[in-house]
Design a protein around this ligand. Structure first.
Ligand code: FES
Length: 337
């Protein structure tokens, strides 16, 4: 039987059981605790903790989410540590991080694959359990035993049929995406989720803007599906999507399906030479540069959901907050860097 260890939180009465093959972060979230996190992959540093007592095994000692100095002082990342004994830890907590749907591990099988661009595809999996998650959240996918686990956002919305759709981009030398290219239908993967705090907040009374690059399109599509299919949601919906060249731009209205009628799509390509070579008639530039022109009202009037390359996220946040005085509370993204 898989042994479990007790993890107690300093400064509170809370404690939880963590299986020897589970990370401290995910075990805590599974049991309804609001342990601070964002990426689940060792990159953002949000889940750092002090190990006060006990012993852990660090799955990823080179993770960029922790500086060498912090590591020397005994800090660790909860998303990358599994327990080797009962532990007492000091970690940041907050209600924001408490999962509305408790994350769980389960098997799912590949039911379809569709290419969206030369290096991006839509993968659909089916689980025996319902697909329960908030629009904009992500799950951890392990494509085969012993393979690397990666975070991918769902591009559909929750459903009783257990269908999980992900947009996956082939990264040269990437550990996961080449495997997917060769997976036959019916292949089983492990899904662990849902996770993420950049989920859709439909109760906020502002029009919604989704900004994405690369496979960051997935959570934005999920949010647009959720808002677009909700008849009571009548505020404006916008998708800004950036690629290097025209070939990187998928058929976004096609992916939105029935929700497309309510969504304004604003694609842009960033490389003028590719735009010219491939006869692109649309906007050329970094996608965020087009927000003021396309939105036609003060940018502080909107609620923003973003996913994509770190440089894009940083540029958008800087522009919205510094130049247009948008409050950080109106900008939602999970930091994967
Ligand atoms: Fe652990 Fe990001 S480093 S959640």
């Amino acid at each position: 039987m898989n042994p479990h260890f007790e993890i107690s939180l300093a400064g509170s009465e809370s404690s939880f059981a963590c299986a020897a093959d589970d990370t401290i972060l995910r075990a805590g979230l599974r049991q309804g605790l609001g342990l601070a996190y964002e990426c689940n992959t060792g990159a953002c540093g949000s889940c750092k903790f002090d190990l006060l007592e006990g012993e852990v095994f660090d799955l990823y000692p080179e993770a960029s989410g922790l500086r060498a100095k912090e590591r020397e002082k005994g800090k660790r990342l909860a998303c990358q540590c599994v327990p080797k004994a009962d532990c007492r830890i000091k970690i940041r907590t907050g209600d924001l991080y408490r999962s509305m749907v408790r994350p769980a591990r389960f098997r799912a099988r590949l039911i379809s694959y569709r290419a969206l661009t030369p290096d991006m595809g839509l993968f659909s999996f089916k689980s025996a359990c319902p697909a329960e998650f908030a629009a904009g959240q992500y799950a951890m996918l392990t494509p085969a035993a012993g393979a690397m686990t990666r975070a991918y956002s769902m591009s559909n919305t929750e459903n009783a049929e257990g269908v999980w759709e992900f947009i996956i981009r082939a990264v040269p030398g990437g550990a996961v995406s080449p495997l997917f290219g060769g997976l036959p239908e019916g292949h089983e993967v492990e899904i662990d989720g849902p996770f993420g705090v950049a989920y859709f907040r439909p109760q906020i009374d502002r029009p919604v803007v989704g900004i994405a690059g690369g496979s960051g399109l997935a959570p934005v599509l999920s949010i647009m599906h959720a808002a677009g299919m909700d008849e009571s949601f009548t505020r404006d919906l916008h998708v800004f999507y950036g690629g290097r060249g025209p070939a990187d731009i998928p058929d976004i209205p096609g992916l939105l399906g029935d929700a497309a009628a309510k969504v304004s799509c604003h694609p842009a390509v960033s490389m003028p030479e590719l735009a010219q070579q491939q006869g692109w008639q649309g906007d050329v530039g970094f996608v965020h540069e087009f927000l003021p022109e396309k939105l036609k009202q003060p940018l502080a009037d909107f609620e923003y959901y973003m996913a994509g390359p770190p440089a894009m996220i940083e540029a958008v946040v800087r522009m919205l907050v510094v130049e247009h005085k948008v409050a950080m509370e109106q900008i939602h993204f999970d930091r994967f860097f």
